[in-house]
Design a binder for this molecule. Sequence first.
Ligand code: 2HG
Ligand code: ZN
Length: 450
Amino acid sequence: MTDPLRERCAAIVGAPHVLSDPEDRAGYETDWTGRFHGVARFVVRPANTDEVAATVRACTDARAALVPQGGNTGLVGGSVPGHGDVVLSVRRLQALGPVDTVAGEVTVGAGVTLEDLRNHALAAGWDFGVDLASRGSATVGGMIATNAGGIRVLRHGPMRSQLLGIEAVLADARVIRRMPGLKKDNTGYDIPGLLAGSEGTLAVVTAAHLRLTPIKPSRVTALLRLATLRAALRAVQSLRALSSLDAVEVFFPEGVALVCRHAGLEPPFATPDGVYLLVECAGQHDPTEELAAALETISFEDSAIATERPGRERLWAYRERHTEAINAEGVPHKLDVSLPLARMEEFTARVRPALEDAVPGARPILFGHLADGNLHVNVLGAEPDDERPDDAVFRLVASLGGSISAEHGIGRAKRRWLTLTRSPEDIAAMRAIKQALDPHGILNPGVLFP
Ligand code: 2HG
Ligand code: ZN
């Protein structure tokens, strides 16, 4: 059967870039966790901003729901279609502008992957402040839409902090271009900041003007095993004084066991007990001595230190391979939460019994970005559509003054619980913005709002 909207989109982007066959669509219809699926009406892959705008215009005219998608590495079902939504993939928006080496800035297309952005910056003597494990697939557009965080937030902030300008297509197909390339620009509402974290509900991000950071050529990585989370939190307090501190990640023995089994790695230490902290310092000059001095003030059970890349990568693997090791065991519930550091110990003590009460036999695996108060509570052993583990964890988080999403967004996964940590006034203000910018509710209608 012909679909007039599909025909119109094919006229805009060229027929080969409209995917209708189930096998061509499949990679766009399921999120990385495997927990969220949809069925797209079709997938459209525009090559430039004009084609994005014309595609958005076509969907708005047809009142067809449109789901913007980048690398589809999200973990909350925010980039998969509902039944019959059009998926607009930005992956062909691959432009890499010249690096402004004096200012440390660059403009890139929304479909550029984090890895390609970093390589582009490094080749010009600069680096990018956000880094995360899915760097090979995650795109700039998706990272902006989710305000992605990752492993260097404590030093550089999340994606929103890197944004100096944005280009985006609104629901009525008008193009916003706020690309002033100015570090100081107080002229009203901060549109790039608003679109960061808007999860594709307000506009389709097509390009961004990004702040770069100086390359830090010297790095040292330490993996510590500490007796308790309290000891780990005390360590964070001491480490924060280091000007070269770049990352402080946390994980636990059950995660290490899983990673070792899945990736065929030797355990890092003979005793698999307590809490693991992965600490990285980086700077223009070798930060090893600075880190070593700080470690003398910290009480830990075991340690391993590496300064060369292979050794550092070996230590990082215990942390970064958690996600894939967990997925290899089954479809997890991914509960990315943040807590005041003062409540972190109480949370980790209470979350396991709370989950056991909710779903007997559920297997929690915790890891995350300790200095940011951000834990990834992954739960195995519950059916994908069983919401009891999510409910138990989010209620506990809310009761401790935390947030039900630290860095992954709300997506489809967490809509139901948004009211736990955002007030009715907050949600009404967000709805008013949505209504003003997307009055027909075309853009990613299935996500964010309860
Ligand atoms: C990470 O920190 C990502 O590695 C993914 O945010 C977390 O898999 C997860 O739950
Ligand atoms: Zn994370």
